[in-house]
Design a protein around this ligand. Structure first.
Ligand code: NAD
Length: 293
């Protein structure tokens, strides 16, 4: 069994990005710049955004954090997005989700210029991805592709079972694994909350990618010997022995599943750390005009 080390892979990717930034700087080019819009004070969101901004500094990007209170109006937010769209200094930006209920999230996401949509959530980027065109890929599926690639995991002709159909992980993952490319070329089954007999599907899988958020959902009896298991799930469970009072648990019953696997991601330290690295990668691609030439 080989542990897929997301932390190390993420660091390697960030080092590569930092080297490219240094090169751009040396040639007097424009330093990539990421902006993040954060609404409210939700603990999780504040931490995620802070980590994204810190990661920008680490690789040499410029970064801007724009904060609003919970009571910001949809109109104010849309005006700011238009400003960011028009600002040549900003190569890419993200609007941290979730947004307060009085704001129409889809409307906000669709206001982002697709050329600056480094989260890859705009329908134009989703459509381009489905059509097999260059696009900004959502960071978590993009990170999983990187893990598969950097560990040289064979995906062609393999049966890949994706569990969870969210717009940010499961659905794009299923599309990318079926694409005529490496990593990809898999035969894909997409399972979700309405799937009858999840175990029937997972037992046939060569590759399982689980993005559900139910700790311990995937048990050893549901996994074929030699399978590759990618655990996207991150659920906070109470843990009094930690200062924070909680720890992260994945969808996979790691202790019992790991011995059966050829490769498996731990939680934490698997898929999670790659997400920020891929956001930076998307920002670099935006700055280099790689997607929309
Ligand atoms: P979500 O929370 O929007 O939806 C969960 C999905 O699981 C749904 O599509 C649902 O149909 C499916 N589902 C629910 N119960 C099921 C069951 N019993 N059997 C099969 N499928 C079932 O999904 P999300 O936003 O992709 O998040 C999923 C998990 O991944 C969460 O734990 C989240 O915290 C985590 N996540 C981690 C990262 C990261 O590590 N960087 C990024 C995004 C999401």
């Amino acid at each position: 069994m080989i542990l897929l080390d997301g932390k190390r892979t993420s660091e390697a990717i960030q080092q590569e990005i930092a080297a490219e930034v240094a090169e751009i700087k040396a040639h007097g080019g424009k330093i990539p710049h990421l902006a993040a819009v954060l609404v409210g004070n939700d603990g999780g969101s504040v931490t995620y955004v802070t980590n994204k901004v810190l990661a920008c500094e680490k690789v040499g990007f410029g970064s801007t954090l724009i904060r609003y209170e919970d009571d910001v109006t949809e109109e104010e937010l849309l005006v700011k997005i238009q400003e960011l769209n028009a600002n040549d200094e900003i190569d890419g930006f993200i609007v941290q989700l979730p947004l307060p209920r009085h704001i129409n999230t889809q409307k906000v996401l669709e206001a982002v210029d697709p050329r600056k949509d480094v989260d890859g959530f705009h329908p134009a980027n989703v459509g381009r991805m489905v059509a097999g065109l260059t696009s900004f890929l959502p960071a978590t599926p993009f990170g999983i592709l990187q893990l598969l690639e950097r560990y040289n995991i064979e995906t062609s002709g393999k049966h890949c079972v994706v569990i969870g159909r969210s717009n940010i992980v499961g659905s794009p993952m299923s599309i990318l694994m079926a694409k005529a490319a490496y990593p990809g070329n898999s035969t894909v089954t997409l399972c979700h909350r309405n799937t009858v007999d999840l175990a029937y599907h997972t037992r046939q899988a060569d590759i399982i990618i689980s993005a559900v958020g139910i700790p311990g959902l995937l048990t050893a009896d549901m996994v074929k010997e030699g399978a590759v298991v990618i655990d996207v799930g991150t659920t906070r469970v109470p843990d009094d022995s930690r200062k924070s009072g909680y720890r992260l648990r994945g969808d996979v019953d790691f202790e019992n599943v790991a011995p059966k696997c050829s490769y498996i991601t731990p939680v934490p330290g698997g898929v999670g750390p790659l997400t920020i690295a891929m956001l930076l990668k998307n920002t670099l691609r935006a700055a280099k005009r790689e997607i929309y030439a």
